[in-house]
Design a protein around this ligand. Structure first.
Ligand code: ADP
Ligand code: ZN
Ligand code: ZN
Length: 743
């Protein structure tokens, strides 16, 4: 009797597909299989075996072409995770499962020459020495019989016979078959990492607060039950040391450890610390890896040869077997949110995995997300506080410079206040280091025409282009579109165009003018473009080969550089005006984080924040490094406007390259949503998205706020069904659950 299985394929369709299992194949759930799908061959994942197909004629069911695994690639734990991701983030199971696998690690695209039916007949006849119209030469016959014997030969190995193949193809005797084929992947046999003992000493003696936090974590781990602990520690309070101790404990109990960090390339010191403590048992998983390398790491983790996984967002999907400890450092970081499907939040998935595995979760931050801190106050998470820096180092002193007064007093619209200039000069004299933050890359923010008032925009997006002077171009920071700097206004041809606003490139230049003797470096996405570039710049700064490092938020990430005694913020206000309810929170987090880079060594630190809104609560709270002050105020505002943590959100974007289609589809979805009104749900929109046109698409959005998660899910399911029923183009509806950005 024919066997059938259900396979999830990575296509935007919300269903599983039946395939038959031809006899020699042995198939288990979690195995990757190559299956025909329309004219294509795809790699799918078997979800269920031994099923009886329903609602489909058996004759139309195609067979699985090949299996790629001898044993399931995905454990039942990971298959369940995939199904959860699909339901929670509203994506097809096949797409969710694809995210759990390294990108086609073990498939190869091949093109094979194969005999056609006509070719087989020709071969057959000539072998029987019967006559047929086109006589094949001996060479041709030899090739044909080789093809027959080997059921096709790869194109690469037939290079020498190319002219002959063309001839045979013209006669219709051979054809080309393109397939995906399993490749026996690299599977380096390394000794199983056995040693728990750190290779480099035991680390620091814990401070009293660190000890208390660590003891609570130990207690949680001993229960063997799922628990989430929020380790809220001011910058420089020594959170990393607590993580390390917790990890040792988990490993001693033979439970693997998963640790997420927002960025590995920017904090190589951290990665080094972990590898020096845990040696070869550490697997590093991050976006800087090549595909083969990533696949190899993935295999190591799966085979249990590596039981400490340290990585960025996608590491949360690593094939660890029942982790006992899951750590999310800087849990508030928005880079944990993936901005393409499945749009998951690594932190939230980490918590889910821990729940399934009965693990302890540590969420670490100096500035927890509002939602996280709220969960702690509600008793869902246990709050562990580190209120002091190690070795009683003081937090940096902060000065806020009101740039309106600065302008009134100096009559100059410069962007370096007198105070900040003085402080930088003093650091140079004392051979100390300064970090200067401006969270915008490029030279000028945009180009404006004095005659018609228009700014130069991207061709693909409703975004003004940023001027990058060194490369002499205007760039779109959203789609990468570039154009030369115009001499005339593209709208009215006036020559009176001017450059407005400053970016990090400009600040670097200004600092060079003010301090010609200083060694200045810049770290932003432009200078850190090449692989390893960020590390080159950072290590120059760490080795004090640079006096000043200018940059975007990249300079605010967990660097621990002891000679930095000054942090200057050129414009604290960038980002405050963003059309996003988290604008204040993001500003507070960034300022607190960058301020925390100062005074981490023996020398005390100082922070100078320049702003036009010195009274804004986010800036005040950041200047006072007072999380609670910010939290209370922000929470009130969230409650008033029904934003998280008082509701759950989904952002629905309807998009199309045609403005008319986008509008039409939006109207239809809008009517559907309105008819669907449910208690506890607020619908905002439709409205044009803050970035109305993005990468050539016109965009409208709905924001759904719901007091209950289940209700939100019902609405989203219904919207997707509606879009399918009404034949919306596959890419037209984008659903973002728990969005981190509303633009
Ligand atoms: P955080 O992540 O909380 O900002 P880190 O973990 O980077 O802080 O620690 C700040 C600095 O303090 C690091 O240089 C670290 O080596 C050091 N440190 C951590 N714990 C101790 C301790 N118990 N005694 C002395 N120094 C410590
Ligand atoms: Zn103009
Ligand atoms: Zn663009």
């Amino acid at each position: 009797m024919t066997q059938f299985c259900e396979v999830a394929v990575p296509v935007p369709l919300d269903k599983l597909f039946f395939y038959s299992v031809p006899p020699p194949l042995e198939i288990k759930p979690g195995m990757r299989v190559i299956v025909p799908f329309g004219a294509r061959k795809l790699v799918g994942v078997v979800l269920r075996c031994g099923v009886q197909p329903e609602g489909i004629e058996r004759k139309s069911i195609k067979p699985v072409q090949a299996t790629m695994d001898e044993e399931p690639a995905l454990s039942s734990e990971l298959l369940r995770l995939g199904e959860w991701l699909a339901a929670y983030y509203q994506v097809p199971v096949g797409e969710a499962l694809a995210a759990l696998l390294p990108r086609n690690p073990a498939v190869r695209k091949t093109t094979k020459a194969v005999l056609t039916a006509q070719g087989e007949r020709a071969l057959h006849l000539s072998l029987q020495q019967k006559s047929f119209s086109k006589k094949a030469s001996t060479d041709e016959l030899a090739l044909l019989s080789r093809l027959a014997r080997r059921k096709g030969i790869r194109q690469e190995s037939l290079r020498d016979s190319a002219p002959m193949l063309r001839k045979l193809e013209r006669r219709g005797w051979i054809g080309w078959e393109r397939t995906l084929e399993a490749r026996s992947g690299p599977d380096p046999q390394e000794g199983a990492g056995g040693e728990v003992v750190p290779e480099r000493g035991k680390g620091h003696e814990l401070t009293r607060q660190q000890k208390e936090a660590f003891q609570s974590i130990q207690q949680a781990m001993e229960t063997g039950k799922f628990a989430v602990l929020l380790l809220q520690g001011v910058t420089g309070s020594g959170k990393t040391e607590v993580y390390l101790r917790a990890m040792e404990t988990a490993l001693r109990r033979n439970r693997p450890v998963l640790m997420l960090v927002p960025e590995i390339n920017l904090t190589p010191a951290m990665a080094e610390l972990f590898t020096s403590r845990f040696g070869s048992r550490v697997a590093l998983l991050h976006s800087g890896l090549g595909e083969a390398e990533r696949a190899a790491q993935w295999q190591r983790v799966k085979a249990g040869r590596s039981d400490v996984v340290l990585g960025t967002r996608s590491a949360v999907l690593a094939p660890l077997d029942r982790p006992g400890l899951v750590i999310v450092d800087e849990e508030q970081d928005s880079s944990y949110k993936q901005d393409e499907a499945p749009r998951y939040n690594g932190r939230d998935v980490a918590i889910l995995r821990a729940r399934e595995a009965g693990a302890t979760v540590i969420l670490g931050s100096a500035t927890p997300a509002l939602e996280t801190r709220y969960n702690a106050e509600q008793g869902k998470y246990q709050l562990l506080a580190l209120e002091q820096r190690v070795q009683e180092r003081p937090l940096a002193e902060t000065t806020v410079v009101d740039m309106r007064e600065e302008f009134a007093e100096t009559g100059k619209a410069g962007f370096l206040s007198r105070r900040l200039q003085e402080e930088i000069a003093r650091r140079l004299e004392q051979k100390e280091q300064s970090l200067i933050l401006l969270n915008r890359r490029g030279y000028s923010a945009f180009v404006l025409c004095r005659s018609c008032g228009e700014a130069v925009q991207c061709n693909n997006c409703s975004i003004v282009l940023t001027h990058h002077r060194r490369i002499g171009r205007l760039l779109c920071h959203y789609c990468g579109f570039a154009r030369p700097v115009p001499r005339k206004c593209p709208h009215c041809s006036s020559e009176h165009i001017y450059f407005v606003g400053e970016g990090s490139e400009r600040i670097e230049e200004t600092l060079h003018e003010h301090f010609p003797q200083a060694r200045i470096g810049r770290l932003d996405r432009d200078t850190a473009r090449g692989r390893g570039q960020a590390e080159v710049i950072l290590s120059a700064f760490r080795n004090h080969e640079l006096d000043i490092l200018v940059g975007t938020q990249m300079i605010a990430k967990g660097h621990d550089i002891h000679r930095v005694t000054l942090v200057g913020v050129i414009s604290a206000d960038i980002g405050l005006a963003r059309p996003d309810f988290r604008a204040a929170e993001r500003t507070f987090q960034l300022l607190t984080q960058v301020a925390g880079r100062a005074g981490r060594g023996d020398l005390p630190g100082e922070v100078v924040i320049q702003t036009y809104y010195p009274d804004h609560y986010a800036i005040r709270a950041a200047a006072a490094q007072d999380y609670d002050l910010f939290y209370r105020q922000e929470l009130r505002y969230r409650k008033l406007l029904h934003y998280p943590p008082f509701s759950v959100l989904a952002n629905l974007v309807v998009k199309s390259p045609s403005a008319e289609t986008a509008l039409k589809l939006t109207g239809r979805l809008g009517r559907h949503l309105e008819a669907l009104q449910k208690p506890g749900v607020r619908l905002l929109g439709p409205a044009s998205a803050p970035i109305y046109r993005l990468k050539k698409d016109y965009r409208y959005q709905f924001l759904i706020k719901s007091s209950r998660r289940n209700t939100l899910r019902e609405i989203l399911v219904s919207c997707r069904e509606f879009a399918r029923r009404e034949n919306f183009p596959a890419a037209a509806l984008v659903i973002d659950v728990d969005p981190q950005s509303l633009s």
